[in-house]
Design a protein around this ligand. Structure first.
Ligand code: CP
Length: 316
């Protein structure tokens, strides 16, 4: 499956902008390659991308996505150019459009990884088709490489994905990782998805319609305690206060409603896993961190291997 992305399996063959671009064959091939990346020793730097330049343009804050992409590029021998606060420190601050920025950076880099506060920003960049684009998060839209590492983590922990029951908890309206993961889960025979969210950040209708079209059973549930014993994967998320503008009343309604704590873990299956794309606020109590079912730090580490595999496939 070498170069699978380039063979038209994506809607945007040269770019990675949305989870819907993947099919199961590509996912399985990608995960095999991620496994090979993971087996390498920490100091095993390679040269497959030597002479290539990767640009990271981040208009929103990031720790995991930007640093793991940059580490992945460096570990494969590529050079990295970067602007970590592009909203303020790139010429976006002088009114430059995404289109103009991408046309210019395409002259400096072989691939651009972009995080932007507007939904559809990565797609706009990809449509120019001047350099391969990876969507590293577009507002409340999607974050497809996060969904890849989420799914890889699930597969690694369980050995399979079919038949699992997944609970998505927290800010399901604004959480782009939730949206991208929902799209990817439709590629598998998921037993059920529970959506557990405060009413003001409930799962979007278009995601529910997509799941229905793909025959995925789902249920909105307001009482997290009711589903603790039947869920395999708990996917907890942060309330994205930055998406609410000055609506402090809505933030108040959304925050603090669903916190996973130690008493809750006692009612979970012993083989369940607890995930979170991170960063977290108060939605998982730190006392839970040492539980064997916790997967969130491993999940973040898997991002390095997933992003290595993606870069290798798109640039190698
Ligand atoms: N999960 C995630 O996207 O984290 P960062 O915002 O730190 O990149």
């Amino acid at each position: 499956m070498e170069g699978a992305y380039m063979k038209g399996l994506f809607l945007y063959p040269k770019h990675l902008v949305a989870s819907q671009q993947f099919d199961r064959v590509v996912l399985d091939a990608l995960f095999d390659r991620v496994g090979a990346m993971e087996k390498r020793k920490p100091n095993d730097f390679q040269r497959q991308l030597q002479g290539r330049v990767v640009a990271t343009l981040f208009y929103e804050p990031s720790t995991r996505t930007r640093l793991s992409f940059e580490a992945a590029a460096l570990r494969l021998g590529a050079g990295v150019i970067s602007t970590e606060n592009a909203r303020e420190f790139s010429s976006a601050a002088k009114g430059e459009t995404i289109e103009d920025t991408i046309r210019v950076v395409a002259g400096y880099a072989d691939l651009v990884i972009i995080r932007h506060y507007e939904v559809g920003a990565a797609e706009r960049a990809a449509k120019l088709d001047v350099v391969p684009i990876i969507n590293a998060g577009d507002g409340t839209g999607q974050h497809p490489t996060q969904a890849l590492l989420d799914l890889y983590t699930i597969k690694k922990r369980f050995g399979y994905i079919d038949g699992l029951t997944v609970a998505m908890i927290g800010d399901l309206a604004n959480g782009r990782t939730v949206h991208s993961l929902c799209y990817l889960l439709t590629k598998y025979k998921i037993r059920k998805i529970f959506f557990v969210a405060p009413e003001v950040v409930a799962i979007r209708q278009d995601i529910k319609d997509f799941l229905t079209r793909h025959s995925v059973d789902f249920q909105e549930e307001s009482d997290l305690s009711k589903i603790l014993s039947e869920t395999d994967v708990f996917y907890q998320t942060r309330i994205q206060k930055e998406r609410f503008g000055d609506r402090l009343d809505l933030i108040k309604q959304a925050c603090g409603k669903y916190t996973i704590d130690l008493p809750m873990t006692r009612r979970m299956k012993s083989e369940a896993i607890i995930m979170h794309p991170l960063p977290r606020n108060d939605e998982i109590h730190p006392s839970v961190d040492s539980d064997h079912r916790v997967a969130y730090f491993e999940q973040a580490h898997n991002g390095l291997f997933v992003r290595e595999a993606v870069l290798l496939d798109m640039l190698g």
